[in-house]
Design a protein around this ligand. Structure first.
Ligand code: F6P
Length: 323
């Protein structure tokens, strides 16, 4: 391969820039020309390509967001959009692509290969950590540290007022952010979509015969929880528990920003490098991930369709600590 391109797609995640840097420098090291595509698949369709070199990625390893911008592309879902994307890749002489993103990003890359034979390798960039084939996605560690920092701050005010706080964190349909940030933040209850016993947990903690008389408590709720998030859960509890007056904080997009942690920078550097090397070796339709600290390639099919389980040991600890 003489020329490849890199883009970021889907929700941005801290560490994407470190990954772009790694991809670009690995390409240059291997004497392969590299272009960046702006705004993910939308940029591919709009012919928004930029030539990159080693210096284009200077001083970005520490920056959140993505210098290549990102988007969730509606147009790429259409056959017409993908045709334009292919024509632009051809016009720019691109022979292979590195895509940094999540589920939707890899689904697009897989269809694109099936239709046009453009080889690609993915690097998992999403705060949600919801991809099979990697123990950690790029951005997850930073996001949970941001969430824990917020939980620590909320603890101060919760303790001062003897209040219960429900803190909602991101994660889309998965509970990885909730479980890790809740455990690290010392939450009394953690509600995740993967466990189906929310009311049992809440009743046990707040109103059952085992009620624990703590002056203040933290409940961490994953946004994808089956009962519709923190606000809906609190609304329901208030109806059934007169006098219950908790506060709700929804952390939202603050979890997506900020300077990546050292862990995310190292992970992004390793996976970006592995992705380019795999593409140049002739691999395609695979995601570079980290399993037990080893770099492993997993097919897009598995990364997209298989479910990565939550750590059941951590789930169990929440109950152990409620004594
Ligand atoms: O996938 C990352 C993520 O932040 C999810 O946790 C969240 O559900 C979603 O993106 C929010 O997307 P948007 O920024 O498009 O509102």
């Amino acid at each position: 391969m003489k020329k490849i391109a890199v883009f970021t797609s889907g929700g941005d995640a801290p560490g994407m820039n470190a990954c772009i840097r790694s991809v670009v420098r690995t390409a240059v090291y291997n004497k392969v020309e590299i272009m960046g595509i702006i705004h993910g698949y939308n940029g591919m369709i709009a012919d928004d390509f930029v030539q990159m070199n080693s210096r284009s990625v200077s001083n970005i390893i520490q920056r959140g967001g993505t210098i290549l911008k990102t988007a969730r592309s509606e147009k790429f879902l259409t056959a017409e959009g993908r045709r334009s994307a292919f024509e632009n890749l051809k016009k720019n002489g691109i022979e292979g692509i590195i895509c940094i993103g999540g589920n939707g990003t890899f689904t697009g890359a897989k269809i694109f290969f099936e239709e046009y034979g453009i080889p690609s390798i993915g690097a998992p960039g999403t705060i949600d950590n919801d991809l099979y084939g990697t123990d950690f996605t790029i951005g997850f560690d930073t996001a949970i540290n941001t969430a824990v920092d917020a939980i620590d701050k909320i603890r101060d005010t919760a303790e001062s007022h003897d209040r219960v706080f429900f803190i909602e964190v991101m994660g889309r349909h998965a509970g990885f952010i909730a479980l890790s940030s809740g455990t690290a933040g010392g939450a009394e209850v953690i509600l995740v979509p993967e466990a189906k016993d929310d009311w049992k947990k809440l009743t046990h903690y707040f109103s059952g015969k085992n009620k624990i008389h703590k002056a203040f408590s933290i409940v961490v709720v994953a946004e994808g929880d089956e009962h519709g998030g923190a606000l809906k859960i609190v609304e329901h509890l208030k109806k059934n528990m007169p006098g219950f007056d908790p506060r709700v904080t929804i952390l939202g997009h603050v979890q997506r920003g900020g300077s990546p942690t050292a862990y995310d920078r190292v992970l992004a550097s390793r996976l970006g490098n592995a992705a380019v090397e795999a593409l140049l070796r002739g691999e395609t339709n695979k995601m570079a991930g980290l399993i037990n600290n080893n770099i492993i390639l997993t097919s897009y099919d598995d990364a997209i369709n298989k479910t990565k389980p939550l750590n059941s040991e951590l789930l169990r600890l929440v109950d152990v600590f409620n004594v």
